[in-house]
Design a protein around this ligand. Structure first.
Ligand code: MD3
Ligand code: FE
Length: 206
């Protein structure tokens, strides 16, 4: 077990980046956008096993998973509509913390009910790993696990609370990571409980 303050190079943890008022504003914006692009339940490639996390996307490209595989696509898999535009507050966040010369193309929105989790994985469906991934947590606290660039190495655990931002650049960009569990009832931000995670990404080279 690594010390919890000994993060990989390029991993930036910004606890409480968004104030409670800013978090409420973000949730209001997301409620509106999720009406346009409803949460869907992705399934695993080949097996069709459903994810416990529900998802939607904002931006010119959105990440989807179905029996054919994982990919980025321009339309919502159920409505066939283009994804809503990434709101200004998230574009601003990217410009402030992303140290990346251009705009994010995708904002994956993950919704975790109290029983949902996400297994350890790498994010490697993007065509460039040059830009960081910028993550925002809202609602219930998550127990996040961060490993190294190889599967099965040492890992460390970190709580992600509502309003926290994490920037995954440099070496951290290809580190294994997952969500072990959600602490149900730890936040009252979302009226039905659970957790929203937003990840801003660049897919294509600049
Ligand atoms: C570390 N989401 O959408 S966000 C994902 O909380 C994903 O929903 C988790 O993993 C969530 O792919 C974790 C923090 C995060 C995002 C991307 C990373 C950590 C990362 C990429 C590399 C290393
Ligand atoms: Fe991930």
């Amino acid at each position: 077990m690594r010390l919890s303050d000994d993060f990989p190079k390029g991993f930036k943890y910004l606890p409480g980046y968004f104030s409670p008022e800013e978090q409420k504003g973000l949730v209001d914006t997301l409620r509106y956008l999720v009406k346009e692009a409803p949460l869907f339940t992705p399934v695993m490639p080949r097996t069709g096993k459903p994810f416990s996390v529900r998802m939607t996307n904002l931006g010119t490209l959105g990440w989807v998973s179905d029996r054919s595989g994982y990919r980025y696509q321009t339309q919502h898999p159920e409505t066939g509509q283009p994804w809503p535009v990434i709101p200004k507050v998230l574009q601003d966040l990217w410009n402030k913390v992303g140290d990346s010369p251009t705009a994010p193309e995708a904002c994956l929105v993950n919704y975790y009910a109290a029983t949902a989790k996400m297994g350890m994985h790498q994010d490697r469906d993007e065509k460039t790993f040059e830009a960081p991934v910028v993550s925002v947590s809202l609602g219930d606290t998550a127990i996040f696990r961060l490993g190294g660039v190889k599967r099965g190495g040492p890992t460390q655990s970190l709580k992600l609370n509502s309003g926290d931002v994490v920037v995954l650049g440099g070496e951290a960009r290809l580190c294994y990571h997952g969500i072990d569990r959600i602490l149900g009832g730890s936040s009252s931000l979302l009226k039905d409980g659970g957790r929203l995670n937003l990840t801003l990404r660049r897919i294509s080279p600049f």
